[in-house]
Each structure stands twice: as structure tokens, then as C-alpha cells.
Design a protein around this ligand. Structure first.
Ligand SMILES: [Zn+2]
Length: 591
């Protein structure tokens, strides 16, 4: 109880400090406040992993409205039911707090569900999917796809791989949000030729002998997407709802969608108002690549958003995302040392500036400005050098403008890094000292296979997404999937973080010293991301008074062989007391 009071005190303090509103009803209520006659649902005969402070376990729980009214033994809880209470016998199934995927591009991934799925496919499979799509559409229609990787294809793809199959249709295939693979028809549509000069922060792949464009472009979204039809708002909303349905089936009850423009936030608000959100969404505004763009993004958002993105704990906006560098597969993540594959290449910063010095200064200014506006800042930093710059920028802002002058170094705004593929020990120590968090995606290593070792060599590659390294250093760390980069599979994420065994090289362990326990994996997918959302006092664990966000699974995740974690089935998902997914044959209902 004492703990709860303390935490809500911190939340009030934080609300006072930040621009994003805190008007949602965040009072979790007090234990014992709910009269037994208002109990709507009781789950009993279960194995409930509460993820409370002691990681204690229980057998039963009672839900009243959208909150947990009681958690305890069958004996204690079942008697709270009345004639109107729905009683579900869990038959020994395991219950976890609802899963929080604290970095997933929900809106983008939703759209990708109707695009050509390129994930994990080799060139023949991609071409087969393309032939199928061409047969379904009209000449001239743009074909979009997402998820290709150099690793799955076995080489860099080219426009020629697409051209003969698509003489009439422009094709634009996204890789991991950083690279595009297009056909000749799309190049023509975008007006890009062999003579086009690369804008700053953009990289064109060219044939090393002829200098001709290969069809692969890094950080070049704006060069192509401006030339293809905009997707309607109705379709964008539909895509979000479809994606949420998939997440609910997995047991996900909260997400952070990072880097959304103000028009996208307006769509989320409409969905929240219409009661169509069955996951809690924290949105991070997209800040652009300069101080001016960050300022514009904030102004647009404040003008467009009618309620500052905050609706009944279902939709909140406190954060903003900054993109600093690229991604490892395109060798655009900024490194201290050369990529092992490619001497002389260290990656690049994507920020505005004539040279690196100016870019870094612009990053520092943007971070400081956003910090002073009261935004939580999530910084995309893939390379070890970009992480180092991001950490230095955050520290300078927090040092110059501490939220609480009596307690500097507290990081009241809970700034954090996104990805942190590789971060040096001295920078990890600074993160811990300044309480800078991390949203990490171990599942990406699991799926990228040998590619990362090719890029970075054995020693650096073994440290990729080294979850245990961060946790043991005392960095608050959320496990996240970054879908559509990889499928939004939290079980696979925990399995990989626990085992660090490489999917593409079975049995091969990548940096075993950076493994984590299953317990830490659960914490990093529940209560830690709730902290990232400033909502650890209302969700993230199964405790009286908290929101009833739960997932029921068919195996005891704490006891089974970790190699089987990704095979666990989700049986039921509850968001705010509502059952949003149920595999009903498994349960017995008392009435
Ligand atoms: Zn991302």
C-alpha cells in the first residue's frame, strides 16, 4: 500500500511537469472498495503470476467493472461471486498480466497486413508472391510490400529481380523501415535516374562497376512515397483495428506506437472515441530530423489533437520519437568502428546538418528543447556511436534542466533509447546512473541470423541486443518486437532473450552471458513497459485496484523448457475487464 501511494505521488508530479495531459481517470481505486455484489467476472482454479513486487502467485481473481477487485486463493475469491457473476474455471491454466509491447508500429504494421508479406522469404518466394499480387490488380496500381531482408534473400536484391514480372506496375518494397527496394517503373514514377544526386542522409545502392542504380535505397522514403497515392483515413483506421485483433489473440493489451504524425494521432483519437481500441495505446509523436521539424510536429499535434491524445487510459501521448541513425542491414547505424564486412564504413547520422558536428549539435538542441517542453523522448539509436551521442544529449538536457532540482539525475520524464543494438559498457553505466531506459528487441537477433555476425564480427555480434547486460547494469529495459520488422510475437521475444539461440543456425548460442531469466522476460513485457507508459500504478501487474488487463496461456511459462515458450498458446485475453479473445473450448463455465 505504501508503495502504491508513493507511485501515484510520482505520477502526479510527472503530470504537472509534462505538456501531454493527464486528465484520464487514473485513480486505481483502493483495495476493499468494491462491494462483492458488483463482481462481474471471477477466474478461479488458475496459476496466476501476479508480477507484484514479490512476484507472488495466486489461484483466483475477481473483476468488477474494468478493475481487479480481488486476487487470492480460490477460497478467498470464489465466495465474492453472486448470481450475476460470470465464473470461469481456468483448469490450471497460467495467467499473466496483459502483455505490453512497448515499441511496435501498430498503424504501419496494420497496413502491412494487406501488403505483400516479404518476411523470411528468399527471392523465388518473393517473386511468386509478386506474380500472385499482379494477377489481382490493375495495370498502373502501385504494389507495396514489407519485410524483405538481405539475410533471407542471401544477397542485396535488385530492380531486375522485379522488372520482368511487373512491367505495368510500380513496386515499392520496404525492408525494416530504413531501406526500400523498387522496380524501374517506380524509379520512373519518382523521377529518379542514375544522375540523381543523393540528398543528405540518403544512400543509393549503385553497381560498383557501372555506377548504375540497383533499385535499393536507404532512408529514402520521402523520395518515393510522395509519388504514390495516399492511403485513405478509413483504410488506415481499419488497418489499426485489424492489427489490434491479431494482438488480442496473442495476449497483448498495451502497446507503444512510436513515431506517429499528428494526423495519425487524430485517427487514434477517433478510434478511441468510437470504442474501437481494445489495446491501450501510448503514441509517440514523430519529431522529424531537425529542431525546426520537432517544433513543427509539436505545434501540429497541439493544433490537431482535440484532447491531447488522452482518452480513458486507452490512448495516451506523453512521448516523442527522434530518429538519429539508420539500421544495421543497410550499414547506416552509426558505429565507432568500421563494419567488419566493409572497411571504411561506419554508418551515418540521419539528422539535419552540413557535417557531423552540425548534426550532433542539432540533435543536442532538439533533445534539450523537447525535454524542456516536458515530453518523454524515445531515441532511435542503433549503432554504438549514435547511442553514445543520444545518451550524452539526454544527460546534458537533464543536467541543465532537472525536473526536480532537489533530486537531479532522476529522469522524471523517463527518457529512453530504442533498439540499442550495441552499446559500450561506459555508456550503459551512464544509462543506469541517469536512469535512462531501453526498449530492446531481442527477437530481431533471433531472426536476423548470421547477417549480424557478418556485419560486426563474432565479438561485437555476440553482444547484439544483449538484454542481460542492460538489466544487470540496472537499466530499466522493456522487451518489444518492433513489428512489422518481425512478427509481434512476445513469446518468441522472451524465448530468444532467455536462450539467445539463433534461429537460422539451430543450437548456436549468441552471447550466452547476456541471457535473462523467464521471470525477467515477463517483467520486461509487463510492469517495466507500464513504467515506460507512466502507468505502473494502474497496470502491468495483477493486483487489487489495477486495471483488469490479463492473458491466460496454456502452459506454465515459468516451468516449461524455454525452447517451447514460443509454442505456448494464448487461451484468453482480457482488457479492462472485457474478454477480447477467448479460445472457449478450453474453459468450463459454471453457468
Ligand atoms: Zn521501430
Amino acid at each position: 500500500m505504501k508503495n502504491k501511494i508513493l507511485l501515484s505521488h510520482v505520477a502526479v508530479l510527472t503530470c504537472a511537469l509534462i505538456l501531454a495531459s493527464c486528465t484520464g481517470n487514473e485513480n486505481p481505486g483502493l483495495p476493499g472498495e468494491t462491494a462483492p455484489e458488483s463482481i462481474d467476472l471471477i477466474l478461479y482454479n488458475g496459476h496466476i503470476v501476479t508480477v507484484d513486487e514479490n512476484f507472488s502467485e495466486a489461484q483466483a481473481l475477481a473483476i468488477a467493472g474494468d478493475k481487479l477487485a480481488a486476487v487470492g486463493t480460490d477460497e478467498e475469491v470464489v465466495i465474492l461471486g453472486n448470481k450475476n457473476t460470470r465464473m470461469i474455471d481456468l483448469k490450471g491454466a497460467t495467467v499473466l498480466p496483459g502483455i505490453n509491447d512497448a515499441h511496435i508500429h501498430l498503424a504501419w504494421w496494420g497496413l502491412s497486413l494487406s501488403q505483400v508479406d516479404l518476411r523470411g522469404k528468399n527471392i523465388e518466394e518473393i517473386q511468386a508472391a509478386l506474380v500472385e499480387r499482379v494477377a489481382q490488380i490493375q495495370p498502373g496500381e502501385v504494389i507495396r510490400g514489407v519485410g524483405w531482408s538481405e539475410g533471407s534473400i542471401g544477397r542485396m536484391p535488385t530492380k531486375e529481380d522485379l522488372d520482368k514480372l511487373t512491367p505495368e506496375n510500380p513496386v515499392v518494397f520496404e525492408e525494416m523501415g530504413h531501406a526500400l527496394w523498387v522496380n524501374s517503373k517506380m524509379l520512373k514514377l519518382a523521377g529518379i535516374t542514375n544522375d540523381t544526386i543523393e540528398p543528405t542522409g540518403v544512400k543509393f545502392e549503385r553497381d560498383s562497376a557501372t555506377g548504375e542504380l540497383t533499385g535499393v535505397f536507404h532512408e529514402a522514403d520521402q523520395l518515393f512515397f510522395a509519388h504514390i497515392p495516399k492511403i485513405s483515413d478509413a483504410r488506415r483506421k481499419r488497418a489499426i483495428v485489424d492489427a489490434i485483433e491479431v494482438l488480442n489473440r496473442q495476449g497483448v493489451t498495451s502497446v507503444t506506437d512510436p513515431g506517429v504524425a499528428s494526423d495519425g494521432i487524430a485517427l487514434y483519437e477517433e478510434l478511441a472515441d468510437a470504442g474501437s481500441l481494445s489495446v491501450r495505446v501510448s503514441v509517440h509523436l514523430r519529431a522529424g530530423r531537425s529542431l525546426l521539424e520537432a517544433q513543427k510536429a509539436v505545434t501540429n499535434y497541439v493544433n490537431v489533437s482535440k484532447n491531447r491524445g488522452t482518452t480513458n487510459n486507452l490512448l495516451t501521448l506523453r512521448g516523442i520519437k527522434i530518429f538519429m541513425d539508420g539500421a544495421p542491414p543497410g550499414r547506416t547505424a552509426l558505429m565507432f568502428d568500421d563494419y567488419s564486412c566493409c572497411p571504411g564504413e561506419k554508418g551515418l547520422l540521419l539528422y539535419q546538418g552540413e557535417n557531423e558536428e552540425q548534426q550532433i549539435e542539432e540533435i543536442f538542441k532538439s533533445v534539450e528543447w523537447l525535454h524542456r517542453q516536458g515530453y518523454q523522448i524515445g531515441i532511435h539509436a542503433d549503432g554504438d556511436r549514435s547511442a553514445s551521442i543520444a545518451i550524452a544529449a539526454l544527460i546534458r538536457a537533464m543536467d541543465n534542466y532537472p525536473g526536480n532540482p532537489d533530486a537531479p539525475k532522476t529522469n522524471d520524464l523517463r527518457h529512453y533509447l530504442i533498439h540499442g543494438d550495441l552499446i559500450r559498457d561506459e555508456d550503459i553505466a551512464l544509462m543506469a546512473q541517469w536512469h535512462i531506459g531501453l526498449a530492446i528487441q531481442p527477437v530481431i537477433t533471433y531472426r536476423a541470423g548470421h547477417l549480424l555476425l557478418d556485419l560486426w564480427g563474432q565479438d561485437r555480434g555476440a553482444r547484439h541486443m544483449a538484454t542481460g547486460l542492460f538489466m544487470r547494469a540496472g537499466v530499466w529495459t522493456s522487451l518489444t518486437t518492433d513489428a512489422p520488422i518481425v512478427p509481434p510475437d512476445w513469446k518468441q521475444n522472451i524465448e530468444y532473450a532467455v536462450l539467445r539461440e539463433n534461429k537460422l543456425s539451430p543450437g548456436k548460442v549468441n552471447g550466452p552471458q547476456y541471457r535473462i531469466s523467464v521471470k525477467d522476460g515477463i517483467i520486461a513485457h509487463t510492469i517495466t513497459p507500464a513504467y515506460q507508459d507512466f502507468q505502473e500504478n494502474i497496470k502491468g501487474s495483477i493486483e487489487e485496484g489495477k486495471l483488469a488487463d490479463l492473458v491466460v496461456i496454456d502452459e506454465d511459462i515459468l516451468a516449461i523448457d524455454p525452447h517451447r515458450i514460443s509454442d505456448i498458446n494464448t487461451l484468453m485475453t482480457i482488457v479492462g475487464g472485457d474478454i477480447v479473445y477467448m479460445n472457449s473450448e478450453r474453459f468450463g463455465e459454471d453457468k
